[in-house]
Write a protein that binds this ligand. Structure first.
Ligand code: NDP
Length: 247
């Protein structure tokens, strides 16, 4: 039997695994036989994710990735990894005129600075195997504009740009670097916005495939990028958006 999408036994770190897309990634990767370390700030929610996962070799480490000490401690506790999914992210919608500097710093620190500094720490600590796969969760917001999302879009656009440079830097080590750019997926992140349930239902119909995505549909793409099936893919952005960016 041919199994190019197999991730069994791979050691994977998933950030932002206490809810939403990261939780689905953790569950799916564990169901496919990977040994997954999950991280996030909310210990209780992380424990719930762990309960939903398969296998006995999964671990959880509570860490605020915007805190350097917490990040370094996380890196110290990790085994050498085959894959990292940098998924943790936040959004604070605000039109530019009413931008609050602390909110902007919070978005940029979480969505951009933290995954970059985590990557640096993992590299310095030699915690990435030859042939490892790094996946950054960007967004179609990187290139598809919505009013109020300026700082969030900027964070994701720069993250995608960063990933391409990193792909060049790490290619000699056979480490691949890619991003996933999801369209709208209903999670904790989208519930903070100004849209009502009726707004969401109307908005969903704008999608060519007539619905938003599900967290596990983003997880399957991460599995693909981690697996050997994607061994010649680096420096790319994988759009998963039900076709919304076509219109
Ligand atoms: P959720 O709010 O459900 O999950 C966000 C995760 O990030 C949580 O697990 C949260 O954990 C973690 N997190 C936030 N801040 C920090 C921090 N400082 N340190 C460590 N962990 C942190 O949102 P989604 O699942 O929707 O988002 C996941 C990713 O997908 C994000 O990067 C988001 O930008 C991206 N995305 C989402 C889309 C959507 O429509 N939902 C569309 C496109 C991209 P905790 O609170 O425990 O710290």
């Amino acid at each position: 039997m041919l199994h190019p999408f197999d991730i069994q036994g791979k050691k994977i770190l998933i950030t932002g695994a206490s809810s939403g897309i990261g939780r689905a990634m953790a569950v799916v990767c564990s169901q496919m036989g990977a040994d997954v370390c999950i991280t996030g700030r909310n210990a209780e929610a992380l424990a719930q994710t762990l309960e939903m996962m398969n296998g006995s070799k999964n671990t959880r480490i509570v860490a605020d990735l915007t805190n350097n000490d917490a990040m370094n401690q996380l890196v110290n506790e990790l085994p050498v990894l085959d894959a990292v999914i940098s998924n943790a992210g936040i959004n604070r919608r605000m039109i530019t005129q009413f931008l609050k500097e602390d909110a902007m710093d919070n978005v940029l620190n979480t969505n951009l600075k933290a995954p970059i500094m985590l990557t640096k720490a993992l590299l310095k600590a030699k915690k990435l195997n030859t042939g490892a796969s790094l996946v950054f969760v960007s967004s179609i917001a990187a290139f598809h504009s919505s009013i109020g999302d300026g700082v969030y879009s900027a964070s994701k656009g720069v993250l995608s740009s960063f990933a391409k440079v990193l792909a060049m830097e790490l290619a000699p080590k056979k480490i691949r670097v890619n991003t996933i750019q999801p369209g709208m997926v209903r999670t904790g992140l989208t519930e903070n916005g100004p849209l009502s349930e009726a707004d969401y239902q109307k908005d969903e119909q704008r999608y060519p495939l007539a619905r938003y995505g599900k967290p596990e549909e983003i997880a399957y793409a991460a599995v693909y990028l981690i697996s050997d099936a994607a061994c010649w893919i680096t420096g790319t952005d994988l759009v998963i958006d039900g076709g919304i960016s076509l219109i």
